[in-house]
Design a protein around this ligand. Structure first.
Ligand code: TRP
Ligand code: ZN
Length: 893
């Protein structure tokens, strides 16, 4: 159903927040499920909010895309003159201080392609209410600071929908006439409407248990279509691990007797933390070795953990309003990243998170949709489920953790949960709990929540050899963003973790004027606190000029500039104790070498690949003491996305050419070592997804990708062998991608054949087919647009399914820069067409897919003009959703 609106969307401001005029003590829902005509009867036990500003305020409920069948107040049916109905509201001018309101509506789940509210996914009914989807189910106070106790009665055809689920505990069930049946669910915990969920379908489940720290027994169930029952074990183990971890690390115990997860195929995001009834995108819950890559396994583990952790950070303590979204999301992402780091390799996890942040969040922070971690305004809240709110929000929590230390941070989180349990909180509440626990003043720190943009640190240094004193001078600035100019911004409070590296390793750090610290065991690591626009830190007692290792473990989400020489980067790569910094030094080295080639490419000079990079990579490959996963990460050259982010003007072709050139050069120069790594990391024993086995596969497949890049037929054949003999999707996919992406004659001859065979083998596994679509849509070889247009005609494609859209449109426009940015603008016109099509079907997905066009300012003038033309065509479209309107109009502002 189109979410068209005639008038221009309103902007909502944080500064206008008012407490609700009414409260809803009890919510009784009676949902009679029919695909095209579902009846929802609600009974709301309501009263005026004693804290409301206006004691005579009328009752204003939200509601959209429903047919109102009847309203009664305290048992009396209202006639049409007693209420006012608009497209998005229902107003009752006269209500008492306490009353019961019954509303009956009819909705059409089968026609709901927005996947918000109640909709059908394949054969089942399900709901998605965050952020403001509940208002498509019934008229309500659909805001997170209205918490209510829900009782839900579901009725449906028993043969088609044998399973009926909602939040909390099942309290009753039975048979009805005409082959229908019903179930009643009661959730004892008051919750906002965005955490409501219901599911009805022909589902099966796997079941296990978890005994909590206080000895309570919790039933765990994962519901899927029967064909997917064999793909639930990993999610179940991940859930149990999450439950244990949250008890051990945060002291958080689960609170209901049952925890349910349901997998659905049509879903706008990854998953949703509905109380006691999580709903998951199949891509984030199903996993088995034959169909799922290691990355997929890790994603399942972290999303299951994320949604589970929301039970405390989000559900028991929820958000006062949607401006506080990062209160639950930033904190929960931080919690799930700690969990993944604890269960797997901490360095690998950190490198992955930082790469995402520096590539995509930094780009968001530099674009027209840039916003603070706590936005001050929005038109459509769905547009603010962003990398800034999630990932940068998590980095902000991580900085508090770094400043306070693990123990004090835990005291602060205990205090936060205790003070706000059962309530709707603000970011202010979170930070004040941290202040109270630590006795520290975090008022300057809070600027991280209100100022947008990525701060830039410039570092200079000097060494006084006679005195043995080394000085670091750090200055900070933050660029203009839509809500404030650089000049208006205040200096941030930034933790800068450092080490000092000498000839023989890390040096002891003594800050001038400070008593020597006898307590800390590690005197080679320090967290400097930058609070001013410019600050100098002096270190004493240094026998030699040190190499500064700055921003260890990426201690703050900033861009740091220090003129490292390549020799210094190599020294950090081999000598520093921080794994993240070693990787980062390798990236910096590779960036410099790729930029050399870019300069040569522009000037038509000879390409020279600096031997420093070759030798650094050789050393990494030969270092038996390194985790193979780290070796793989160090070898992987900075992505085109990252190289674009750090470029002054993005030259798509030069970036692609130079990166590929360096990759081929390394492949040739390191052939022996890569071959050895491939052989040494090939497992023959039973398959495992433990960190060590994944690490070996990662290095093996990185080596394969390089070797195929060397152009020799020998390695194309090796990839084909691996593809044919693969017993797991990680190896199968890596081999397929290596062949498809190679421009060698043999590979290009093989590609159509292997793609076809792969499809025939996997056509009944939707998630595998999605990966097959992605490989082709992201393939950088020429004629990408024609390939993508063919994929859209393929039987496997369906524009109504967000996973398919992400696999084809998302992969092409976001992950295939040379083809999407074709000089004739054909990629831009393609995307504009898709946005216009999706705007009517699914505004949330449409608006998200628009992101690549919003970055138009970063390209050359010709491309800018073409991108603007595509954006203007979208803007001129009739009936733009609020979602798309906000992004397109801010991009053109
Ligand atoms: N709260 C969910 C999470 O991060 C994500 C979410 C928000 C979502 N809005 C959604 C999921 C809409 C699906 C659809 O865990
Ligand atoms: Zn979340």
């Amino acid at each position: 159903m189109a979410a068209s609106r005639d008038s221009q969307p309103q902007t909502i401001y944080l500064k206008n927040y008012k407490v609700p005029d009414f409260l809803i003590d009890e919510t009784h829902l009676d949902v009679d499920l029919q695909p095209s005509a579902t009846r929802v009867n609600s009974r709301l036990v309501m009263r005026r909010n004693p804290a409301a500003a206006d004691p005579a305020a009328p009752l204003l409920l939200s509601g959209q895309e429903m047919k109102l069948l009847g309203i009664s107040l305290d048992g009396r049916e209202l006639n049409e003159g007693e209420y006012e109905l608009s497209d998005e509201t229902l107003l009752l001018p006269n209500v008492q201080d306490r009353f019961e309101l019954c509303v009956s509506v009819q909705i059409d789940p089968a026609a709901n392609t927005s996947l918000e509210g109640l909709y059908k996914s394949r054969t089942m009914f399900c709901t998605q209410c965050e952020a403001e989807g509940f208002r498509k189910i019934t008229y309500y106070l659909d805001r997170p600071d209205v918490l209510s106790v829900f009782t839900t009665r579901l009725a449906a055809d028993k043969a088609l929908f044998p399973v009926l689920l909602s939040n909390g505990n099942e309290v009753e069930s039975g048979e009805l006439e005409n082959g229908r049946h019903y179930a009643v669910w009661h959730d004892p915990f008051p919750k906002p409407a965005y955490l409501f969920a219901l599911v009805a379908g022909d589902l099966e489940f796997i079941e296990d248990r978890f005994t909590t720290c206080s000895g309570r027994d919790v039933t765990l169930r994962i519901f899927v279509e029967s064909k997917d029952l064999d793909k639930c074990d990993h999610a179940m183990r991940s859930l149990q691990n999450s439950m244990r971890w949250d008890e051990e690390v945060y002291g958080r115990e689960y609170d209901l007797d049952i925890y349910m997860i349901v997998a659905v195929d049509d879903f706008n995001m990854g998953a949703m933390e509905n109380k006691g009834l999580n709903i998951f995108n199949t891509s984030c819950v199903l996993a088995k070795p034959e169909t799922t890559t290691d990355l997929g396994f890790q994603r399942v583990e972290s999303v299951v953990a994320h949604e589970y952790f929301h039970n405390w950070s989000g559900n028991r303590v929820t958000c006062r309003d949607w401006f506080q979204l990062s209160l639950k999301e930033g904190f929960t992402v931080f919690r799930d990243s700690q969990f993944s780091a604890d269960l797997n390799s901490a360095t690998v996890k950190r490198v992955e998170d930082v790469s995402l942040l520096r590539t995509l969040q930094f780009a968001e922070d530099a674009g027209p949709m840039a916003h603070p971690v706590r936005p001050a305004s929005f038109m459509e809240i769905s547009n603010f489920y962003t990398l800034t709110v999630y990932e940068k929000g998590s980095e902000v929590v991580r900085m508090i953790h770094t400043l306070l230390g693990a123990e004090t941070f835990r005291k602060g989180s205990d205090l936060y949960f205790a003070n706000n349990d059962g309530g709707a909180a603000t970011i202010e509440d979170f930070v004040s709990a941290m202040e109270e626990a630590s006795g520290r003043d975090l008022s300057q720190f809070k600027l991280w929540y209100s100022q947008a943009g990525t701060p830039r640190l410039q570092v200079t240094d000097e060494f006084d050899e006679d005195a043995g004193v080394y000085r670091l001078t750090i200055s900070q600035s933050c660029p203009d963003t839509p809500e404030a100019t650089a000049a208006e911004k205040q200096p941030f409070h930034i933790p800068v973790a450092i080490g000092l590296l000498g000839e023989a390793g890390n040096l002891a750090i003594h800050l001038q004027g400070e008593a020597p610290d006898t307590e800390t065991s590690d005197n080679t690591h320090r967290v400097l606190e930058l609070t001013e626009a410019e600050q100098t830190f002096a270190f004493t007692g240094l026998p030699e000029r040190p190499i500064p290792v700055l921003l260890r473990d990426f201690s703050a989400p900033v861009k740091l500039e220090y003129p490292y020489s390549r020799a210094q980067l190599q020294a950090i790569m081999s000598g520093d104790s921080d794994g993240f910094s070693r990787w980062d030094a390798c990236q910096k080295l590779a960036v410099g070498v790729i930029e050399d080639v870019m300069r040569a490419h522009r000037g038509d000079r000879n390409y020279q690949v600096d031997q420093a990079l070759v030798e650094a990579c050789r050393a990494v490959l030969n270092d038996q003491s390194l985790d193979p996963a780290i070796v793989a990460l160090m070898l992987q050259l900075p992505s085109e996305g990252y190289l674009s982010e750090i470029a002054t003007v993005i030259d798509v072709e030069a970036i692609n050419f130079s990166r590929e050139y360096v990759k081929a050069y390394l492949a040739g120069a390191l052939e022996t070592e890569l071959n050895a790594a491939y052989q040494a990391n090939t497992d023959t024993g039973p398959f495992s997804v433990d960190a060590a086995a994944m690490a070996r596969r990662s290095l093996k497949n990185t080596a394969l990708t390089f070797l195929v890049k060397s152009g020799s037929d020998l390695y194309v054949q090796l990839a084909q062998q691996q593809l044919d003999g693969a017993t797991n999707m990680t190896d199968e996919m890596a081999a397929l991608a290596a062949i498809v992406n190679s421009d060698s004659a043999l590979a290009q001859k093989l590609a159509p054949v292997v793609l076809n065979n792969f499809y025939r083998k996997w056509q009944h596994e939707a998630l595998v087919v999605n990966q097959w679509l992605t490989v082709q849509a992201a393939c950088p070889l020429s004629d990408g647009l024609a390939r993508v247009q063919r994929l859209m005609q393929h039987e496997a494609f369906d524009i109504r399914n967000p996973n398919k859209v992400r696999s084809v449109v998302g992969a092409f426009c976001g992950n295939n820069p040379v083809n999407f940015h074709a000089a004739d603008g054909s990629g831009y016109e393609f995307l504009a067409d898709r946005i216009i099509e999706l705007n009517k079907l699914n505004p949330q997905v449409a608006s998200r897919q628009l992101t690549p066009l919003t970055k138009w300012k970063r390209y050359d003038e010709k491309r800018q003009a073409l991108m603007l033309k595509a954006l203007q065509r979208v803007k001129a479209e009739e009936g733009l959703s609020r979602d798309v309107f906000e992004v397109v109009s801010k991009s053109l502002a």
